[in-house]
Design a protein around this ligand. Structure first.
Ligand SMILES: CC(C)=CCC/C(C)=C/CC/C(C)=C/CC/C(C)=C/COP(=O)(O)OP(=O)(O)O
Length: 217
């Protein structure tokens, strides 16, 4: 059953598709049913369902710039990528907190390849293997942020500033994990207020840029 507020939004924005809403509910079910992710494919599916869906839901509401020459697929792919990037970042920041609840949102096959056991995670061991594993996970999250940038640049002028701001702010959490020397067990990666504030004018300047003409088709 979809509620009245959703019915209202779908009526106001006919381009809103109900599919991401259903997929998000599936994501919540998935989180209840499992506490381990065998591969990145499974983890990606979870990230799509609980966060990528939010990106897909918001595109019709935010709208695409009339100056955009990119196809709609690029914009939706960017929105999906921003949700996934945010969720992966959230997961990497919260490894310790999740482990204390018995949950590990990291690909088990990649952990095994890196020589990291569940016992290492539950004990919060920041070893060289852990640092190197984390470097790979951070690089992957950053790749999704880069893809998101291409979509963000195509949005309507009014939507670009908040989207750039959230992208720049959330991405900084990854820098803070690095600054904590990859100890995401006992330290919470936290972006200081001054850095957060500094991101806002940066996001504003980016939002003034018209969609790049190289994307025109
Ligand atoms: C880039 C383009 C074209 C559009 C933008 C599309 C958008 C707005 C994408 C962002 C989607 C989004 C905000 C996803 C949520 C991701 C996320 C990490 C939520 C965190 O949720 P919780 O897990 O409740 O957070 P805490 O753990 O901090 O409580």
């Amino acid at each position: 059953m979809l509620d009245a507020a959703l019915a209202d939004a779908v009526a106001a924005f006919p381009a809103v598709d109900v599919r991401p809403f259903r997929d998000m509910i599936e994501g919540m079910r998935m989180d209840l049913a499992r506490s381990r992710y065998a591969t990145f494919d499974v983890l990606y599916l979870y990230c799509y369902r609980v966060a990528g869906t939010v990106g897909l839901m918001t595109v019709p509401v935010m709208g695409v710039s009339p100056d955009s020459g990119a196809d709609l697929g690029t914009v939706y792919a960017g929105a999906l990528a921003l949700g996934v990037a945010n969720q992966l970042t959230n997961i990497l920041r919260d490894v310790g907190e999740d482990a204390r609840r018995g949950r590990i949102y990291l690909p088990q096959d990649e952990l095994a390849m890196a020589g990291i056991s569940e016992a290492d995670i539950f004990a919060g061991r920041v070893t060289d293997q852990w640092r190197s594993f984390m470097k790979g996970q951070i690089a992957r999250a950053r790749a999704y942020f880069r893809q998101a940038e291409q979509g963000a640049a195509q949005l309507n002028q009014e939507s670009r500033w908040p989207v750039w701001a959230s992208l720049l702010l959330y991405r900084q959490i990854l820098d803070e994990i690095e600054a904590n020397d990859y100890d995401n067990f006992s330290k919470r990666a936290y972006v200081p207020k001054a850095k957060k504030l500094a991101a806002l004018p940066k996001a504003y300047l980016r939002s003034l840029k018209k969609p790049p003409s190289s994307q025109r088709q």
